[in-house]
Write a new protein. Structure first.
Lengths: 114, 115
């Protein structure tokens, strides 16, 4: 029962262009969404988040968009840089359950080509 | 400041054995969560402990157990290992018991291989 899905296992983008990573969820109880970035041999690093009361959150080159009716969120990276090459995980939190539980998607491996 | 540390880095066990994984949270953090990441999948929540109390438990069998010590470090124990337990085990620490999930910081993980 995959409640958070990232349907693209990999994505290749040219340096300087926009990278768009997508994520879908099924559980209506999720009200907080996050993106994590993971390099090999390191733990996931928090990138950006969005609450369900918003539809957009921006932080520098990173913007997350949330479409609640479609249960879909996306991460835009512009311009893409070689250091952005990593695995990106979408995660959702069912807040209000008294624990800091994150439900992760399968991840998308982003490769930025020079 | 030291981040979340985990030991050992790598571990090889055989089926039926028992394993203990260790995690030290960031100084001042009282919450520790454990996640299992199987190859090709995202991390899956196993446990959260706050102030030595279990705050949450994921859908894992009773072979998985954990505890938190007075210094807030934590151990994850897995009994009767199965081949399917081979995974990267991640520990995350936070200063809060609930909410503000973006305040979780992850360690580098322990890679467990079960033969």
């Amino acid at each position: 029962d995959q409640q958070v899905k990232q349907n693209s296992p990999s994505l290749s983008v040219q340096e300087g262009r926009i990278s768009i990573l997508n994520c879908d969820y099924t559980n209506s109880m999720f009200d907080y969404f996050l993106w994590y970035k993971k390099y090999p041999a390191e733990g996931p690093t928090f990138l950006i988040s969005i609450s369900s009361i918003k539809d957009k959150n921006e932080d520098g080159r990173f913007t997350v968009f949330l479409n609640k009716s479609a249960k879909h969120l996306s991460l835009h990276i512009v311009p893409s840089q070689p250091g952005d090459s990593a695995v990106y995980f979408c995660a959702a939190s069912p807040t209000g359950q008294g624990a800091q539980k994150l439900v992760f998607g399968q991840g998308t491996r982003l490769t930025i080509n020079p | 400041d030291a981040g979340v540390t985990q030991s050992p880095t790598h571990l090889i066990k055989t089926r039926g054995q028992h394993v203990t994984l260790r995690c030290s949270p960031i100084s001042g953090h009282k919450s520790v969560s454990w996640y299992q990441q199987v190859l090709g999948q995202g991390p899956q929540f196993i446990f959260q402990y706050y102030e030595k109390e279990e705050r949450g438990r994921g859908n894992f069998p009773d072979r998985f157990s954990a505890r938190q010590f007075p210094n807030y470090s934590s151990e994850l124990n897995v009994n009767a290992l199965l081949l399917g337990d081979s995974a990267l085990y991640l520990c995350a620490s936070s200063s809060r018991p609930s909410g503000n999930v973006d305040t979780q910081y992850f360690g580098p993980g322990t890679r467990l291989t079960v033969l």
